[in-house]
Unconditional design. Structure first.
Length: 270
C-alpha cells in the first residue's frame, strides 16, 4: 500500500481496484468524444492552432481539465503531429495542405482520472502510401492490445506490434513509449512497442496504461527539434501513431478510449 491507496508491484506498477475503472471510462470517453469532434475540423486550409483552440474549448465546456496545458511548460490542449512529425507536434499557424496526415493527441482530466488517446486524420484526399502506413499502425495497436491479459508480459505486447510492423517493411519508433496511467499522467511501466515474448513485467488485473505505437515508413530514428518538444523522423519519412488507454481485466483487456462514433479507424465513411 502507499499514500494513493492500492498496491504497487515490485516494478512500481500500480494495481487498481476494478471499481476504479469507472473513473477511467468517464475520462477516456471524453477524450474519445473530443477526438470524434475533431474530424470535421481537419481539412486543407485549417491550421493546427485553430484545431487546438477548439479542443481547448471542448475540454473546458465539458468541465474537465487539459493534462497538457502547463505540463513542463507546454501551452496547448493537444499535440498535433503532421506528416514526418512523430509526436509532440506543437499547434500553430501553419495551414494544412491537401493530403497531409496528422495525429491528434488529447489527454483530459475528469475527477482526477486521466483519459489519454490519439488517432490519425487526413486533410483532403488520402494518398495510398499514407493510407497503408495508417492502416498498418492501427492494426499494430490492435494486435498489441490483443496481447493484454493476466499472465502475459509487456514484452508480448511489444513483440506483437514489432513483428507485424516489420512484416510490412516499416519501422517501429523506439525513442518513445506508452506509460502507466490512472490518477497520474505518467507512471511505471514504460510500455515499449518492440520486444521479445515472455520478457518484461507480468501483466496483472488492475494495471492501467497506454499503448501508442509510432510507425515510420522509413527508418526508426528520430530527433527532437530546437523547441524541445517536436520529434521528427531523421530521414523525413512519414510517421503515424495510434493510442488507446487500457486496463487489464480478469481475463483480458478493457479499452477506455473507444470512439463513441466508431470513427477511430482512418477509413471511416465521412
Amino acid at each position: 500500500m502507499d499514500e494513493k491507496g492500492g498496491r504497487l508491484t515490485r516494478d512500481g506498477i500500480r494495481i487498481h481496484e476494478i471499481a476504479e475503472f469507472e473513473g477511467m471510462r468517464v475520462a477516456g470517453k471524453l477524450a474519445a468524444e473530443i477526438l470524434d469532434a475533431c474530424i470535421p475540423l481537419v481539412k486543407p486550409g485549417a491550421t493546427t492552432g485553430e484545431i487546438d483552440a477548439e479542443i481547448e474549448r471542448m475540454v473546458n465546456d465539458a468541465g474537465a481539465k487539459s493534462a497538457t496545458i502547463g505540463y513542463k511548460g507546454y501551452k496547448h490542449a493537444s499535440c498535433i503531429s503532421v506528416n514526418h512529425v512523430v509526436c509532440h507536434g506543437i499547434p500553430g499557424g501553419k495551414k494544412l495542405k491537401d493530403g497531409d496526415i496528422l495525429n491528434i493527441d488529447v489527454t483530459v482530466i475528469v475527477d482526477g482520472w486521466f483519459g489519454d488517446s490519439s488517432r490519425m486524420y487526413v486533410a483532403g484526399k488520402l494518398a495510398r502510401r499514407s493510407e497503408r502506413l495508417i492502416e498498418v499502425t492501427h492494426e499494430a495497436l490492435m494486435r498489441g492490445i490483443a496481447a493484454v491479459k493476466p499472465g502475459n508480459t509487456f514484452g508480448d505486447i511489444g513483440h506483437a506490434i514489432q513483428s507485424f510492423v516489420e512484416s510490412h517493411r516499416m519501422s517501429v519508433v523506439r525513442d518513445f513509449c506508452g506509460h502507466g496511467l490512472g490518477r497520474v499522467f505518467h507512471a511505471p511501466p514504460n510500455v515499449l512497442h518492440y520486444g521479445r515474448p515472455g520478457t518484461g513485467p507480468t501483466l496483472e488485473q488492475g494495471m492501467i496504461f497506454t499503448i501508442e505505437p509510432m510507425v515510420n515508413l522509413g527508418r526508426a530514428e528520430t530527433k527532437v527539434l530546437a523547441d524541445d518538444w517536436t520529434a521528427v523522423t531523421r530521414d523525413k519519412s512519414l510517421s503515424a501513431q495510434y493510442e488507446h488507454s487500457v486496463g487489464v481485466t480478469a481475463d483480458g483487456v478493457e479499452i477506455f478510449t473507444l470512439s463513441p462514433a466508431g470513427r477511430f479507424h482512418p477509413t471511416y465513411e465521412v
